[in-house]
Design a protein. Structure first.
Length: 324
């Protein structure tokens, strides 16, 4: 067998130049195989995957939402059974309803975790498009008023009301200490989630206690309801106040049902939960309201409420800013 002649670089090209050209060609081949990996390209592919322009209400959405096929949702994902994580997945009443809304709108509603008292600020800074987090529709929130100071701090939000709930009190099981309602909390310690209706009720009742000549309520406010429950479980406070679905779920599940008990009778201050939408997003607000009305009419709304045992909280009409 005759040996083949040694191959030489083309005139004017060194071996290093040939190697560099080969490396560039390989890189281009790799990029073409993997696709464009820039953030913009990845976002475009995700949008294509999530977008369904044939969905019944897709055309109602603002163009920027249609383009990104994503509604960013601010939520405190620690509020069982409304929203929480299980095996790394966000689940609960709100995420299940959001999934049904997404099917009507043809886009994905993506939940972002945050403490409850930062959600309004997150919408103001455009970090979130909406907030869906067991948020009670109140006039103060609609008008952007800080309920603690009475001062206007933002332009406020619009609410699409979707559940009617009240507030409940619970204690350690077998240790109610005579707590049978808000009036009986004078001189007692209560844990609440910061910035919630329960927090406001506790502060209002504490003032009433002092005005009547009894001791004020010692209020401990936490970033999330789980921390408040832990405080009660360890005996650090006498009671916790939460929205009824959360209180009922905690009583039923914590310690196999042996940790807590509901006290004080029926939930008080029944008020609607609402999806909060910034005032400057009327088109998104109207699209979400239409989607909520659609899932109520089609029955997927009722299925979610039945799954989480909150059928009594169903609304008969999807209202805009129905809170007081």
């Amino acid at each position: 067998m005759t040996a083949s002649p040694t191959r030489r670089p083309a005139p004017g090209r060194s071996r290093s130049a040939v190697a560099a050209a080969t490396a560039v060609a390989a890189s281009l081949l790799l990029l073409s195989a993997c696709g464009d990996q820039t953030d913009a390209a990845i976002a475009k592919r995700e949008a294509a995957k999530n977008r369904n322009p044939d969905a019944p209400l897709f055309k109602l959405l603002p163009k920027e939402i249609q383009d990104k096929a994503m509604i960013q949702v601010g939520s405190d994902i620690t509020y069982k059974p409304v929203e929480f994580r299980t095996d790394g997945k966000v689940t609960g009443i709100d995420p299940d309803l959001a999934e049904a809304l997404g099917e009507e709108l043809g886009v994905k509603l993506h939940f972002n975790n945050a403490t409850f008292d930062t959600l309004m600020g997150g919408m103001k800074s455009k970090r979130y498009d909406i907030a869906m987090s067991a948020m009670t529709d109140t006039k103060d929130r609609q008008q952007g008023v800080d309920s603690s100071t009475g001062k206007k701090v933002s332009d406020g939000v619009d609410f699409i009301d979707y559940l009617d709930v009240g507030v409940s009190i619970y204690t350690q099981k077998g240790k109610s200490q005579g707590i049978d309602g808000w009036e009986a909390l004078c001189g007692k310690k209560i844990a609440v989630q910061r910035g919630t209706v329960s927090h406001d009720l506790a502060k209002d009742q504490s003032k009433k206690c002092e005005e009547s000549g009894t001791d004020a309520i010692s209020i401990e406010a936490f970033d999330n309801d789980t921390e408040a429950q832990t405080r009660l479980r360890t005996g650090g406070v006498d009671a916790v106040s939460s929205d009824y679905p959360v209180a009922a779920y905690a009583v039923k599940t914590s310690g196999g049902g042996n940790d807590f008990q509901l006290v004080g009778g029926a939930p008080v201050k029944a008020a609607p939960y609402g999806i909060a939408v910034p005032k400057d997003s009327p088109k998104l607000r109207d699209a979400l309201k239409a989607a909520m009305e659609a899932i109520v009419k089609k029955g997927s709304y009722a299925k979610v409420l039945k799954k989480w045992n909150v059928t009594d909280a169903a609304v008969e009409e999807v209202k805009l800013n129905g809170g007081s």
